[in-house]
Design a protein around this ligand. Structure first.
Ligand code: NI
Ligand code: MN
Length: 220
């Protein structure tokens, strides 16, 4: 399994010859060329534009399936995509692994203003690696449940503040989740979500986690 940070909250997980995208807001990263990838599945944590991103365009071109919370999935279907509408709880099986949607403490509305269901985080099991993508969320005691139930190896956590956890709360989240590796996301993309990475790393080290920072510039 190969994990790549595309930028903001967008990630690519490669397994075998398949690519799985999460929150594919990819247009800001010129080096990410999705046209020549074998993208089979796209996951969207919630409907905000910086997470839905280019999901619809990519899903249509690649004939990929968008998995999302019921209301958001229905919207994607209206736009002409193949979808898998889901709710929180219960493992969802794919030919490359399995996934469970978990609560996030955030809002979710469609581009036209309609309610898009609950905002989610997503736990992925791919090739014996368990990854928790927190989506957009505030610090919430649900994260203690993430540790108790899922014990993820890797936690992808928003740190930019304003709309989500800031570095201080994200460091607490990392401790509560108990992941060995934490990858910060959702920062420095917009003026209101500037984050001090050095401070985040210092706070993380207090709790003895690793803090891996993936730079979108490194994407091949
Ligand atoms: Ni959001
Ligand atoms: Mn966001």
């Amino acid at each position: 399994m190969d994990l790549k940070y595309i930028g903001h909250s967008a990630f690519e997980f490669k397994t075998g010859d398949k690519s799985i995208l999460v929150d594919p807001y990819v247009e800001h990263n010129e080096k990410f060329n999705w046209h020549d990838k074998n993208i089979t599945d796209i996951f969207v944590t919630h409907a905000h534009g910086d997470h839905l991103g280019q999901a619809i365009e990519i899903a249509k071109e690649k004939d990929a399936t968008i998995t999302a919370i019921f209301e958001l999935a229905n919207y994607c279907e209206e736009q002409g995509c193949k979808v898998k509408p889901v709710g929180f709880g219960g493992w969802l099986n794919y030919d490359w692994g399995r996934v469970v949607f978990v609560p996030a403490f955030h809002t979710s509305s469609l581009p036209d203003g309609r309610y898009a269901g609950e905002a989610a985080g997503i736990v992925f099991d791919i090739e014996n690696v368990r990854i928790y993508h927190a989506g957009d969320t505030a610090l919430t005691t649900e994260m203690k449940t993430i540790k108790e139930l899922y014990r993820p190896n890797i936690a992808l956590l928003p740190i930019g503040g304003n709309y989500t956890m800031d570095v201080e709360h994200a460091a607490v989240a990392a401790d509560w989740i108990g992941a060995q590796t934490v990858i910060p996301m959702h920062y420095n993309t917009f003026p209101e979500i500037q984050a001090d990475l050095q401070k985040f790393m210092a706070l993380i080290q207090v709790n003895n986690s690793n803090c891996v920072i993936l730079n979108p510039e490194n994407i091949d």
